[in-house]
Design a protein around this ligand. Structure first.
Ligand code: FAD
Length: 301
């Protein structure tokens, strides 16, 4: 369960409170506010606050006094132009603050994105919950034979069961020992900041994460990509759905130029031109390594 009954009640109460403002608001985002969107078995993302909308991007680009738009289509065209030409600072005028609950091993990948502001739940101060990520059977896969950083076939039968048993048993045992090490009425116990060190990387942590739209797009470009690890990709995909409702024009441009678009090397452009001219190409003719050629072919397929 991503949320306890008390947490769900606190969110419902928060959603009842409304404020008046002269600032731009976005209906789609207002509907997301505070609501926990489940991710993985115990995780979630929820929008805590946001600033700006599509107009804030064009307004900043034009450095105008008001909404700064002539028409919606003008705005969309400008946003696409900005995205296409990597004119990125206008996208930094929009910000979003998320509350994220995620396994520690996912948090380690996520935290590498340095251009955000983070405040994490303190396991020095508080006791961590007994919540561990256990992959669904369809995500228990073997090491990929072609990609050192990827997965291959899904484990089956006894092997899958054995792996699941290890994951569950180790999680339970580690948490039992964590609890046993903490102070109780009968024992002084080990400090929380030390007792936590035996906990596995599939335990859940939580943080508040605030980022501007430019850097969020960079995060989503890398983490919503098919090559990103599934466990972080599902968070990125959930955020994509939110961003779509927040800044639809900017998201559409991002989806077109970045998420769905592709970057070619100079060798790639030259090879593509020769292919369009009818020439049969291979890695050697293109001057590419086998890996580069495989990725190039996959792109065109
Ligand atoms: C598929 C994949 C595999 C990966 N594998 C590994 C791995 O094996 N090992 C590993 O350690 N990491 C790995 N990473 C993490 C990766 O190297 C980046 O650290 C991570 O994606 C964050 O990207 P970033 O630095 O561009 O983002 P951010 O930290 O958000 O930075 C955004 C941009 O700001 C600029 N910037 C920020 N800080 C600095 C700085 N200090 N100096 C100069 N410019 C800065 C850069 O232009 C940067 O691109 C992997 C990432 C992906 C997506």
């Amino acid at each position: 369960m991503p949320l306890s009954l008390e947490e769900a009640a606190a969110i419902a109460a928060q959603k009842e409170t409304t404020h008046t403002t002269a600032r731009a608001t976005v209906q789609g985002m207002e509907e997301h506010l505070y609501t926990a969107i489940p991710v993985l078995d115990h995780g979630f993302i929820r929008v805590i606050d946001y600033m700006g909308d599509d107009s804030a991007i064009t307004q900043a680009a034009r450095v105008s006094y008001g909404k700064g738009t002539k028409s919606v289509s003008n705005d969309e065209g400008l946003i696409r132009y900005l995205m296409r030409h990597w004119h990125s600072t206008p996208f930094e005028m929009c910000e979003v603050k998320l509350h994220v609950k995620l396994p520690v091993f996912v948090a380690r990948q996520w935290i590498r994105h340095r251009t955000a502001n983070v405040n994490e739940y303190s396991a020095r101060y508080s006791i961590l919950d007994r919540e561990f990520y256990i992959p669904a059977p369809e995500h228990l896969a073997a090491q990929s034979s072609t990609n050192n950083q990827g997965r291959g076939d899904v484990l089956q039968g006894e092997e899958a069961q054995r792996v699941l048993d290890y994951l569950r048993d180790d999680s339970i045992r580690a948490y039992d020992h964590y609890e046993a090490m903490l102070g109780t009425e009968d024992q002084q116990g080990l400090a929380r900041e030390l007792a936590r060190m035996n906990l596995p990387a599939n335990i859940y942590t939580q943080w508040y994460w605030k980022v501007d739209l430019h850097n969020l797009f960079h995060f989503l470009r890398l983490r919503a990509d098919a090559h990103a690890q599934y466990e972080i990709r599902v968070y990125a995909e959930a955020i994509c759905d939110v961003v779509k409702d927040w800044v639809p024009a900017a998201y559409a441009a991002f989806e077109d130029y970045r998420l769905g678009g592709a970057q070619l090397s100079a060798k790639g452009v030259a090879a593509l031109k020769r292919m369009l001219a009818g020439e049969q190409m291979d890695a050697e003719k293109a001057g590419m390594t086998k890996g580069e050629w495989r990725e190039f072919e996959a792109l065109l397929a």
